[in-house]
Ligand binder design. Structure first.
Ligand code: URA
Length: 243
């Protein structure tokens, strides 16, 4: 049993795991699988089963179980190089959900998203539309562990982390999602399109309206794009008024 699955079962209070012996239709008794179980099916079948099963378990988690599972996750290599996981911050019943890319150095140190220079700009962007971190706003990232040297998360790292974000979104039930930057937008929309083509229209994520804008870290380097980001925020406010 892999570490993530073991942890999920433990968090949900579902250990020991009982499973019918594979290929024995009339098996007299179910097999008890402990943490050191030997494989009952071939390795790839078991891996596929594990991934599917853990995603199903994540979809049933409450907020505390999810936070604990993320904290202990070792599903991708990012956990080996980061200091701590960064789950998210804010109002768990927020109407506004802001999603960035992944923690940077300061976030990795403090365990909270958007607390560095880009975070200061994000706070100012929120203030400009009369919002405040933690007050009807939740902030999180595509990946919960800092990618080394602030590189973009790989597709596989983002995919491993996706069930956690999907569950956060399902629990928060925001009215509107704001994707901050290309990495967030492309992952949430499962698209390779450029940020230029994704901005300026309303998308959907699982039935929730989603607006794409520039990442605050990019805006710190490209001041001339701030006007476009302001337009995105105004569009988001107009949309929110209708939701
Ligand atoms: N950039 C992000 O995308 N997320 C953070 O939390 C910080 C910087």
């Amino acid at each position: 049993m892999n570490e993530r699955r073991k942890l999920i079962f433990k968090t949900l209070g579902l250990t020991p795991v009982w499973r019918l012996r594979a290929g024995i239709p009339d098996a007299p008794a179910p097999e008890v699988i402990t943490g050191n179980d030997s494989p009952v099916a071939d390795v790839s079948t078991q891996a596929a089963f594990s991934a599917e099963y853990s995603e199903a378990a994540i979809r049933r988690m409450n907020w505390e179980q999810l936070a604990e599972t993320v904290k202990n996750c070792t599903a991708c290599p990012l956990r080996k190089t980061c200091t701590q996981t960064v789950f998210g911050v804010g109002d768990k019943n927020a109407d506004w959900l802001y999603i960035g890319e992944g923690p940077g150095a300061r976030e990795d140190e403090l365990g909270e998203p958007f607390v560095g220079q880009a975070g200061k700009l994000l706070d100012n962007m929120l203030a400009a539309i009369h919002l405040r971190r933690g007050d009807n706003v939740y902030i999180t990232n595509i990946v919960k562990c800092r990618p080394p040297n602030n590189r973009n998360p790989s597709d596989s790292e983002a995919r491993q982390c996706e069930p956690y974000l999907a569950r956060q979104i399902a629990l928060i039930k925001p009215k509107l999602i704001i994707a901050l930057g290309k990495v967030a937008a492309q992952n949430l929309l499962n698209s390779d399109d450029s940020i230029a083509s994704l901005r300026g229209r309303v998308h959907q994520y699982s039935g929730i309206p989603l607006i794409v804008t520039y990442h605050p870290a990019y805006l710190l380097r490209a001041l001339h794009e701030k006007a476009k980001a302001w337009k995105d925020l105004c569009r988001a406010c107009e949309l929110m008024d209708t939701l």
